[in-house]
Design a protein around this ligand. Structure first.
Ligand code: UD1
Length: 420
């Protein structure tokens, strides 16, 4: 198994190119199931989760060709409709194939994803919405069995909670359904917006894109032709490198980035003392010697993203004063706290609220990554900890960060990948 060894960095300098967004790529790959042509996708990140979903589609009979620049997905030969446990257990987002496969073939089986390190993460809202569209769903022996022999029908869906992959799944199901589907309380994340924009540009009319009410005009089972497109930049990867700059008090420029997707993150960094120069596709962060304490509450987009909570928590350990971070989306998303405490951080946890007394010196030691974003928080801490930090179990990190150690090495960090 690989691990990362990090030695305390001076300041970082230079440019980091941001990769395509993992969380945008996953639904966009699943969307290829709705297409009659071979779909060409540019700017897919080179991360394990993307390979997992491509493997899932290949197992079902699709032809996937992963290129350096362009990946093609041809689902015309897709014949299997069962997403098995061995793949779903490695990536919960596999549930994204349920909506499009059910809409196209009238039946689909997907292994139940089960819990994960950051919480229970049920998929009940996906299933309830599909049932409203006419699907009959049974859970048997750990599998979701869904059938819709007469196809899916448009209807009014009101999500009890905002769900990102739930919204994407139902948008894709509604794209091939008969009639009009309205989703109220839809997710407004840029990743959902891109999915809707691409469908809308390729023959599935969608009103209300980027708002909480989406109206999808289904094609009544007709597959669509999807033109080549490029995945939006990864706002969480970008936010992570902005935190790397802030924690090491460095000036860094991110390229191929969309600052418009990073409103809440930039605003919190600004409160903490950072300044920015922003162009159409770059962000330069200017260091601040004194990092100020902050109050953060994670919420759905456009508010502060839960996927940036761990990184800001690491940054807050170096702030002057006491920061408060409240996690509202996932009940168990503070696994990085105990590892940061082992490095010397002064953090107390009370339910879903972390109180971070900043200004402590961190010391390098062996720490264990527990989930994707927790892993990057440990890397950030390692950049400023005295001595050597070894981050183990980085397969979590490899799920979602494209070439993290190379990108950090290029800007002067002392980080290397080693074998246990
Ligand atoms: C997506 C992102 C993940 C991010 C999360 C929240 C992808 C591949 N993953 O995950 O990185 O952290 O959004 O921004 O895009 N819920 C239910 N029932 C459901 C579905 C969700 O109760 O059927 C709850 C969840 O447990 C959670 C909340 O709703 O508390 C939001 O979850 P959701 O938006 O669905 O997260 P994901 O789409 O899984």
């Amino acid at each position: 198994m690989d691990y990362l060894q990090i030695k305390k960095a001076g300041s970082l300098h230079g440019e980091i190119k941001i990769s395509g967004a993992k969380n945008a790529s996953l639904p966009l790959i699943a969307m290829a199931i709705l297409a009659k042509n071979s779909v060409s996708i540019k700017n897919l990140p080179h991360v394990a989760d993307i390979n997992t979903l491509l493997k899932l589609l290949s197992n079902l009979g699709a032809k996937c060709n992963r290129g350096e620049e362009i990946t093609t997905i041809d689902t015309s030969s897709l014949s299997e409709t069962k997403a098995t446990y061995d793949i779903v257990r490695t990536m919960r987002a596999s549930i994204l194939v349920l909506g499009p496969i059910l809409a196209r073939f009238g039946h689909c089986e997907v292994s139940l994803p089960g819990g994960c390190a950051i919480g229970q993460r049920p998929v009940d809202l996906h299933l309830k919405a599909l049932e409203q569209m006419g699907a009959v769903i049974n859970i048997e022996a750990g599998y979701i069995h869904a059938i819709a022999p007469n196809g899916l029908k448009g209807c009014n869906i009101i999500f009890d909670k905002i769900t990102v992959t739930g919204t994407a799944n139902i948008v894709m199901a509604a794209a091939l359904a008969e009639g009009v589907t309205t989703i109220t309380n839809a997710a407004r994340e840029p990743e959902v917006v891109q999915l809707c924009e691409i469908l809308n540009a390729n023959g599935v009319k969608i009103d209300g894109i980027g708002t909480a009410i989406l109206t999808i005009h289904g094609t009544d089972g007709k597959l669509i032709h999807i033109d080549e497109f490029s995945v939006i930049p990864d706002r969480i990867e970008a936010g992570t490198y902005l935190c790397a700059a802030a924690i090491t008090r460095s000036e860094l420029t991110l390229t191929d980035v969309n600052a418009g997707h990073l409103g809440a993150v930039l605003s919190k960094l600004q409160e903490m003392g950072s300044k920015f120069t922003i162009t159409d596709n770059t962000i330069t962060i200017h260091p601040s010697e004194v990092i100020k304490a902050v109050k953060i509450v994670t919420q759905e987009y456009p508010a502060f993203p839960t996927d940036m909570q761990a990184q800001f928590l690491a940054l807050a350990t170096q702030a002057n004063g006491t920061s408060i971070i409240e996690e509202r989306l996932f009940e168990n998303r503070f696994m990085h706290v105990s590892e940061l405490q082992r490095m010397g951080a002064n953090i107390s946890l009370n339910g879903h609220v972390a109180t971070i007394n900043g200004g402590t010196k961190l010391s390098g030691t062996d720490v264990m990554a527990t989930d994707l974003r927790a892993s990057s928080a440990l890397v950030l801490a390692g950049l400023v900890a005295e001595g050597i930090t070894n981050v183990h179990r980085i397969y979590h990190l490899d799920r979602g960060y494209d070439s993290l150690e190379k990108k950090l090495q290029n800007v002067g960090a002392d980080i290397k990948r080693l074998k246990e």
